[in-house]
Design a protein around this ligand. Structure first.
Ligand SMILES: NC(=O)c1ccc[n+]([C@@H]2O[C@H](COP(=O)([O-])OP(=O)(O)OC[C@H]3O[C@@H](n4cnc5c(N)ncnc54)[C@H](OP(=O)(O)O)[C@@H]3O)[C@@H](O)[C@H]2O)c1
Length: 310
């Protein structure tokens, strides 16, 4: 019998308890699952940083920490964490990110805002959108989420360029990589979607210099992390017309403070970190699979590279 501690917010326990128990049974895992154990008895922690555990030192027989979150920037530097950390790759979460990103890209492509924000009695003939094939969309980050979004955009006929740290092959996507590849990925882009992790190497990747590479009047969609964008450079580019609009789901400080200029900016849409949520049923299956692997001495899935920060 193994012990699995669930350490996240109490409301998450209510959501996850039944799906986790069902997933363990389906995977043939004989485990005690709960929110309270003697730390010395715990084998695995199902983890969110918003829960009670931040010091892993007392968990002396811990085998792995299984994150409920895809973004692990608040966990990678924890010096008390000495066992593998697995991030969440959940197809339910991926599906919802694909819906959110393609929704906002299509909204910009079709110019929906100008017809939704009040009808003024003016018949604007000749304002139909070009075809998607005539738009370049750049996806920064070609991991679990970025690659899925890029592929969905290819299916909609956009000209999709992507960027990652290492060389990638994603069908239909022109892939760039490394510091040298960023300019080609962004150059003349009509839209950019940011799906990079928050690491020292990705901070301010969208800045005055890189925004200037994009087409004048282009659009930004950021469901990645707040620090990927230089906020001041973004506002300056919106004010100058280099950027036409930005939809931001993530911020350096969350909740976004009431007095932050993004709230009042006419060219910014703020959404409250809702682009994609881990789904309890599908995420529980991923956690069960990793525990099954851990117990069977198979390699764990989605292990974080602590040095790279994601
Ligand atoms: N807003 C929301 O609701 C929400 C929900 C879930 C996740 N997220 C965010 O989405 C991010 C991406 O998630 P994911 O599951 O797709 O992560 P992932 O699978 O780890 O993919 C990350 C991608 O970023 C690339 N990358 C990392 N550092 C880079 C660098 N310095 N230069 C160029 N590319 C770099 C990686 O390149 P390689 O492929 O070469 O490693 C990879 O393609 C998460 O970290 C999280 O911050 C947001």
């Amino acid at each position: 019998m193994i012990n699995v501690l669930f350490s996240a917010q109490p409301k998450s326990w209510a959501e996850y308890e039944a799906p986790l128990r069902a997933a363990f049974t389906k995977a043939g895992i004989d485990a005690q699952l709960g929110t309270e154990f003697d730390p010395a008895d715990v084998d695995y922690i199902v983890y969110a940083p918003s829960g009670p555990v931040s010091d892993f030192t007392p968990f002396t027989k811990l085998k792995a920490v299984l994150s409920l979150w895809a973004g692990v920037e608040t966990m990678v530097d924890n010096p008390t964490l000495k066992v593998p950390l697995c991030r969440m790759v959940d197809h339910g979460l991926t599906e919802s990110m694909v819906e959110w990103v393609t929704g906002h890209v299509l909204r910009y492509h079709l110019g929906m805002d100008k017809f939704l924000s009040g009808q003024d009695g003016v018949w604007r003939a000749g304002t139909a959108a070009p075809l998607a094939r005539d738009r370049k969309v750049c996806v920064l980050g070609l991991g679990a989420l970025g690659a899925a979004c890029a592929q969905a955009l290819v299916q909609l006929n956009f000209r999709v360029h992507g960027w990652a740290r290492s060389p990638k092959q994603v069908e239909g996507v022109t892939c760039h990589h490394g510091a040298d590849g960023l300019d080609a990925a962004l150059s003349d882009a009509d839209m950019v979607a940011l799906l990079l992790p928050d690491t020292p190497a990705t901070e301010n990747v969208l800045n005055a210099r890189s925004i200037a590479l994009m087409r004048r009047g282009s659009f930004v969609v950021n469901p990645g992390r707040g620090p990927l964008v230089d906020d001041d450079a973004l506002i300056a580019a919106l004010d100058s017309g280099q950027l036409a609009h930005a939809t931001l789901d993530v911020f350096r400080v969350e909740p976004l403070p009431e007095n932050h200029p993004f709230w009042a900016h006419p060219k910014v849409t703020v959404t409250p970190h809702i682009a994609a949520e881990t789904k309890a049923t599908t995420a529980s299956e991923v956690i069960a699979e990793n525990i099954r692997r851990g117990e069977g001495d198979e390699p764990l899935l989605h292990v974080v590279d602590r040095a790279a920060g994601y």
